[in-house]
Design a protein around this ligand. Structure first.
Ligand SMILES: [Zn+2]
Ligand SMILES: [Zn+2]
Length: 354
């Protein structure tokens, strides 16, 4: 051994030494690249199949979840550079998966590699959402109604669909669930886990379909010295669609567009447009729904009237031309109002005013 020559403080070997003055074999022996427990515990809700990870419940694929759990408990030496982690999943049964974890990296420029084998075990745990659902927990009811008439089946469907879109567009919350839903006389009820959800969705409906909403709170008990309340929101979708004909002041009007305060209506008999508040609309009834109106081909026409074939009884009928008739159009839209067919002016341009 040369005097003053560098040597390993553990075994005395000379040659390449680390900053701690250890030879490579001694450094490798004293260094642990990574540690992983032999078993890793995960939790899955048996009702909704959500997984618990980092104190949050959510939907993950099995592999994604297992990898997340392992990354959480895997300890890697803080000095590691160029860390690489690879995993191999071997499902044993529905609850157990053996996972080989290969960890590689450089410490003090010396290459390390460890292969761990661990068992990921999934146990059942009912998530807070399912616990509340099972306990019939709810905070709010949104009553979907129509003003003036029964909410149609197609309307219920259109309104209900917006709920799924809305809940997908907001941050998840354990209380954002449907407790119950279904048809009731006059409309449809949605019983929801959260007041905030009920309010948020109602706002969404008002923007999309117009209409009005009314909130009622009822006290259902006390908890921790505070009143427990339940919220009921009655949402009234306008009983009208763009193109519906209403009767107002003994004249017929078409719903032209929605605005925040109500609707813009346009007269059937002459060029005239006006606004109608929701309150006014509620006092109005539809005399011809847009979906029940038809487009007919004109057989003959003169300056003020035209003939068409009524396919209900296969008879030729006469109808007065609409005020906006251009003298050459070959078809017109008509609605059966009272006991006769009425030609309707075109309402191009009418739309939801968002
Ligand atoms: Zn040594
Ligand atoms: Zn659940």
């Amino acid at each position: 051994m040369a005097l003053g020559g560098a040597f390993c403080v553990l075994c005395g070997a000379e040659g390449e030494l680390t900053t701690e003055r250890l030879c490579i074999p001694c450094f490798k022996q004293r260094t642990t690249l990574s540690k992983l427990p032999e078993t890793v515990q995960g939790y899955r809700c048996p009702k909704c199949m959500m997984y618990l990870h980092a104190k949050r419940w959510g939907h993950h694929t099995d592999e994604e979840y297992q990898e997340g759990l392992i990354e959480e408990v895997l300890e890697v030496d803080g000095r590691t550079n160029a860390l690489g982690i690879a995993m191999l999943h071997q499902p044993i049964d529905d609850r157990n998966t053996r996972i080989s974890v290969q960890v590689s990296g450089f410490i003090e420029e010396i290459e390390f590699e460890t292969i761990h084998s661990t068992m990921v075990r999934i146990s059942n745990a009912v998530c807070p959402t399912c616990t509340r659902k099972a306990g019939n927990y709810f905070e709010a009811t949104v009553q979907l109604r129509s003003s003036g008439r029964r909410l149609g089946e197609d309307e219920v469907k259109a309104v209900r669909t917006t709920f799924d879109n809305y809940i997908d567009s907001i941050d998840p919350d354990p209380l954002f669930f449907i407790n119950n839903e279904g048809d009731v006389p006059g409309g449809y009820d949605m019983v929801l886990g959260s007041k905030a959800l009920a309010r948020g969705w109602t706002k969404h409906l008002l923007r999309k379909f117009g209409g009005t909403s009314k909130e009622t709170n009822s006290i259902v008990g006390r908890k921790d010295g505070e009143d427990l309340t339940r919220l009921t929101i009655s949402y009234r979708k306008p009983a009208f669609d763009i193109g519906d004909v209403i009767r107002r002041k003994d004249r017929y009007w078409l719903i032209y567009s929605w605005q925040k305060e109500g609707a813009v209506i346009t007269a059937v008999d002459r060029q005239e447009r006006t606004g109608l508040t929701w309150r006014d609309l509620e006092k109005t009834t539809v005399v011809s729904r847009y979906v029940e109106q038809i487009d007919v081909e004109l057989l003959n026409r003169d300056s003020s009237a035209a003939e068409f074939m009524d396919t209900n009884d296969w008879k030729v009928k006469t109808v007065s031309l609409p005020y906006d008739d251009d003298g050459i159009q070959s078809s017109i839209r008509i609605g059966f109002i009272g006991d006769e067919w009425v030609a309707l002016p075109a309402i191009t341009g009418g739309a939801n005013d968002e």
